[in-house]
Design a protein around this ligand. Structure first.
Ligand code: DGT
Ligand code: MG
Length: 371
């Protein structure tokens, strides 16, 4: 049967940083399937196909139209044979048998369950699976397993943390953090980042950048915030990592995955009375509060634009910004800096727009970075 290809389709870039991707996903039936494949390849530590399905999902998310037949995809980048085979199954039967097989697989289900606990990564999940463990109760009953502090908190607050955080809750937390940082120093700078900055309605945590306009004064800021939250009685968990950032060591040999700024991974107690419209909790939950995962990152002010760009995501958008910089511009980008390998110099930036301009990219708004 004939399927008309959408007319006047602009060429789609292979780089997410050259596409505009809002939170509206017209191809969710495909991208949900790809995301299951990404997960299983991640669990099996097979990088190539994992990356391929990530890129394919990202390309489909950027389309302002729904793919109706395989013919629609022939001008699109990053769609390989395997990807197209999955899409064909979905187009024909409404579902992919390959994906359904994974979804019903015991190992997949168990690893998915275990990695849903804060502090449990694929390595730990696999270790527990190999020991024959299949449920939380079996893990908690196993005397030979020593949970670290993060995992203990992960189990303790599992119900709350595995429940999505709403935008209203994120904004309530911004007020709480804002009050705390401004009580510490009037020149504090606070930015909501991560998924909520990209306009998402729900997230798995709430990400903030906190610093001070005066350089150097941001040192000690996070410990003071932590101290304040502790005194307020709302700090349920805190993993503080001091800064290992050293400007003289840039450019680092490999522009790394994780940045060197001071940061803390928190679990905070949020009261129902603090949230306009109320907490996003289960019906019948009468506690009047919930636990929420919050990340705070504290770069020095001259690194602010890089940190903001790096923490705003999406992860795929970040990956492709770096890949674009490296492959197309011979530059190195990370959360700290942008280095021009041709000129052998760092390129300064005070705003995200400066960074896009250095890269010769059109500016992409945060809500267009949901790649
Ligand atoms: P979600 O799941 O609703 O919280 O979605 P996001 O996009 O807020 O994801 P999240 O909170 O995991 O991370 C926010 C951004 O921060 C992410 O796009 C990239 C950055 N980020 C978070 N963790 C890391 C990390 O370990 N390394 C690096 N380089 N960036 C990270
Ligand atoms: Mg987040």
């Amino acid at each position: 049967e004939k399927c008309p290809t959408p007319t006047a389709v602009a060429t789609v870039s292979q780089y997410a940083c050259q596409r505009r991707t809002t939170t509206e996903n017209n191809n969710k039936i495909f991208t949900d399937a790809f995301e299951v494949l990404v997960e299983i390849y991640e669990f099996n530590e097979i990088e190539g196909p994992c990356l391929a399905f990530r890129r394919a999902a990202s390309v489909l998310k950027s389309l302002p139209w729904a793919v109706q037949c395989l013919g629609d995809t022939h001008n699109l980048p990053c769609l390989g044979e395997h990807t197209k085979a999955i899409m064909e199954e979905i187009l024909q039967y409404g579902r992919s048998f390959e994906v359904e097989k994974i979804l019903s697989d015991e190992r997949y289900q168990t690893l998915k369950l275990f990695t849903s606990v804060f502090g449990v990564g694929p390595k730990t999940a696999e270790k527990w699976y190999r020991r024959g463990l299949r449920s939380f109760s079996e893990i908690l009953a196993d005397r030979s397993i020593r949970l670290n502090r993060m995992q203990q908190s992960g189990f303790q607050h599992y119900g709350d943390i595995s429940r999505a955080v709403s935008k209203a809750e994120a904004l309530a937390l911004r007020n709480i953090i804002d009050e705390a940082v401004h009580a510490i120093t009037p020149d504090a700078v606070l930015a909501l980042t991560g998924g909520f900055r990209r306009g998402k309605e729900f997230g798995h945590d709430v990400d903030f950048i906190v610093t001070t306009t005066e350089m150097g004064k941001e040192e000690g800021l996070l410990p003071r915030i932590i101290d304040k939250l502790t005194k307020e009685g709302i700090l349920l968990y805190c993993d503080y990592q001091a800064s290992t950032f050293d400007i003289s060591k840039l450019p680092s040999r490999r522009f790394e995955a994780m940045d060197h700024f001071a940061k803390c991974f928190l679990i905070l107690r949020l009261e129902d009375s603090q949230v306009g419209g109320g907490l996003h909790i289960a019906e019948g939950d009468i506690r009047g509060w919930r636990a929420v995962r919050v990340d705070l990152v504290s770069p020095p002010m001259d690194r602010y634009a890089f940190a903001l760009l790096g923490w705003s995501g999406s992860r795929q958008f970040e990956r492709d910004l770096r890949r674009f910089a490296r492959m197309e511009r011979h530059m190195l980008l990370d959360n700290h800096a942008l280095y021009d390998k041709t000129k052998k110099e760092f390129l300064a930036a005070t705003t995200e727009k400066d960074i896009f301009a250095h890269l010769g990219l059109e500016y992409i708004e945060p809500w267009q970075r949901n790649a």
